[in-house]
Design a protein around this ligand. Structure first.
Ligand code: URA
Length: 226
């Protein structure tokens, strides 16, 4: 069962708990815990995968090459990194940048859940497969999931490619991220209509989440019993 942290009243206190965390083996190899950064009242919250080397060294998310691209693309929709809140699925760097393991994600996801509750953003942007699969509770890959804003737990979730994929994949991937961030801009400008049409889409790029389990009041964000 995931630690809920539901009694933790602020990001500062939650961060302090994370900084002492030894819930998984990543604690043994980390330099710093990368809890999150940015505005604690942001309308937009960005969720990546896990810290890389530079993030581990500096204790801040997205400060390497992926972060530079992310900042540039956020700038195109009029946002700076201080306007948003940035966090990751796992708060400690997996050695040699390997993928985070299921037990590590399980051990860490309570932090992310409480970060989302405390920041209370209008829209969550998931970067890449790990955050998208965790938060949308799907096995479907990012290539198929992206391109729409999902109605999600009383807010919106916009999945898009990880900027590292754009660094590898070039202009097409970058343009897809741009298109997804335009949806984010539309959400925060109130330009995304609500309601659902016959085809399951109600407006440009909007879709209610069709994972039935998220509607189940007995289950929480991660499909665990409440
Ligand atoms: N990639 C991520 O997913 N998160 C970071 O913080 C940096 C790179």
């Amino acid at each position: 069962m995931t630690t809920s942290f539901e009694d933790v009243a602020s990001l500062d206190v939650l961060g302090a708990i994370a900084h002492d965390c030894t819930r998984c083996a990543l604690a043994d190899s980390r330099t710093n815990v990368v809890f999150g950064s940015g505005s604690g009242t942001a309308q937009v919250m960005i969720v990546g995968e896990g810290p890389g080397q530079q993030e581990d060294e500096q204790g801040l998310p997205f400060v390497g090459r992926s972060g530079q691209l992310l900042e540039a693309l956020l700038g195109e929709i009029g946002l700076t990194r201080d306007d948003v809140y940035i966090a990751n699925v796992v708060k400690c760097r997996p050695p040699s940048n390997r993928d985070p393991r299921p037990d590590e994600i399980d051990a860490c996801k309570g932090f992310l859940r409480r970060q989302i509750e405390l920041v209370d953003p209008t829209v969550v942007v998931t970067l890449g497969n790990f955050s998208t699969k965790l938060l949308l509770r799907t096995e479907v890959g990012i290539t198929r999931m992206r391109g729409v804003a999902y109605e999600w737990w009383g807010r919106y979730l916009v999945p898009t490619f990880h900027p590292a994929a754009a660094l590898r994949g070039g202009d097409r991937v970058t343009d897809d991220i741009r298109a997804d961030l335009a949806l984010v801009r539309a959400v925060i400008d109130g330009r995304l209509p609500s309601g659902t049409g016959d085809d399951g889409r109600s407006g440009p790029g909007q879709r209610p989440l069709d994972q039935g389990a998220t509607d189940d009041p007995q289950l929480d964000l991660f499909g665990e019993p409440t």
